[in-house]
Design a protein around this ligand. Structure first.
Ligand code: ATP
Ligand code: MG
Length: 348
């Protein structure tokens, strides 16, 4: 008779390199989680082989897609998306794809610079081609080339080596309007919120995380981003006007998710441009944290700072410490990325 090796929840957490809370969540939410061999006074115990098999299945699972949304402009959506992407890559060894859905192309130019973006734009190697394909008449050739558009190993920070990008274009504004007025059924897709999903499907699972930087609206282009999202974060400046629209975002995302029969989890609110001297910021954060209805607030608050503002420039540095600076952005974004990983694990 072979002896059976048993493990408890703490060992499962160690094996998977996650916290006990995350393992408890898997147990309650994932029906693939093995059933315990016995329930001891110290807690349930599991067959070691069952646990390893389960963890391998989880690992094989798929990229997590997280959208960055706020209906308010200029609240740090892009800065947060890029910071997360760069830290998840260089500090935590994750493979990340950034999808820039904003016609302002900020995430794109931060990651590849304006010159390279212009070349790609001239050659039609941006997400705009993906959306214009949907506007073509039957029989016309599609022009979006995923392989040519996908920019590999982007970021001007040398130690960031595993961030890829699907670039945006200013022409997305025009496309957005035309898609919105598209009579359904006339073209190859009668569901224009499904275009991005179909196009990126072949590459999505090459990544640990796919971060979708959205424009400050919930138009069709943003909905294409939400269509592939497992969850979303809401960066916000902690003031009255910036946080005003959060319940509306929650309800719109929820009803869209219901519509497509998926769950899009609220990962959390990211406090940006925080000023410790501001009483408005302090009271707003308290209100957000205390609210039962709003998404959870990440413990890491991104302070307003020069190094973070300068991070929007495309200029080459060797390390994230140089780009984001000590006691400014570096520690903060590192902590935020760590929290992000735990929050994403909990919805996996
Ligand atoms: N923590 C910060 N400290 C100082 N400046 C910041 C900080 N975060 C963002 N900024 C600056 O504020 C401006 C807006 O930030 P960002 O582009 O990230 O916002 P956004 O929400 O993506 O805007 P949009 O809605 O236009 O896409 C940028 O100039 C950015 O450099
Ligand atoms: Mg932006």
């Amino acid at each position: 008779m072979s002896s059976q090796e048993l493990v408890g929840l703490a060992e499962v957490a160690d094996l998977a390199n996650v916290s006990r809370t995350v393992v408890s969540n898997w147990r309650t939410r994932d029906n693939r989680f093995p059933t315990p061999v016995a329930d001891l006074r110290s807690g349930p115990v599991f067959d070691f082989d069952d646990i390893v098999k389960y963890l391998m299945r989880r690992k094989k699972a798929v990229a997590q897609v997280i959208a960055t949304i706020n209906l308010k402009g200029g609240v740090g959506k892009t800065t947060t998306t890029i910071g997360l992407a760069e830290f998840l890559s260089a500090e935590f060894g994750k493979k990340v794809l950034v999808i820039d859905l904003d016609p302002q192309t900020n995430a794109t130019t931060v990651l590849i610079g304006e010159d390279r973006w212009r070349e790609l734009n001239d050659r039609g190697q941006t997400l705009v081609s993906l959306f214009t394909d949907a506007l073509r008449r039957a029989g016309e050739d599609a022009s979006f080339d995923l392989d040519a558009s996908l920019q590999r190993q982007v970021s001007p920070v040398k130690e960031v080596r595993t961030v890829d990008l699907l670039p945006s274009s200013l022409d997305l504004i025009d496309v957005q309007d035309r898609l919105a007025s598209m009579p359904s059924g006339q073209f190859y897709s009668d569901n224009p919120t499904d275009l991005l999903r179909r196009a990126v499907k072949p590459v999505l699972n090459n990544y640990d995380y796919v971060l979708v930087d959205c424009p400050p609206n919930l138009g069709i282009v943003t909905l294409n981003g939400l269509r592939i999202a497992d969850g979303y974060i809401i960066p916000t400046i902690p003031d009255v006007l910036s946080t005003y629209g959060i319940p509306q975002i929650q309800s719109r995302v929820m009803s869209f998710a219901d519509n497509i029969g998926e769950t899009i989890h609220e990962l959390g609110i990211v406090i940006t441009k925080y000023r410790s001297a501001s009483t408005v910021h302090a009271t707003t954060i308290n209100r957000l944290v205390d609210s039962e209805d709003l998404p959870p607030v990440f413990d890491t608050w991104v302070p307003e700072g020069n190094a973070i503002a300068a991070s929007a420039e495309y200029s080459t540095t060797a390390t994230l410490r140089q780009k984001y600076q000590y006691q400014g952005g570096y520690e903060v974004f590192r902590a935020l990325a760590k929290e992000f990983i735990s929050a994403a694990d909990e919805i996996a």
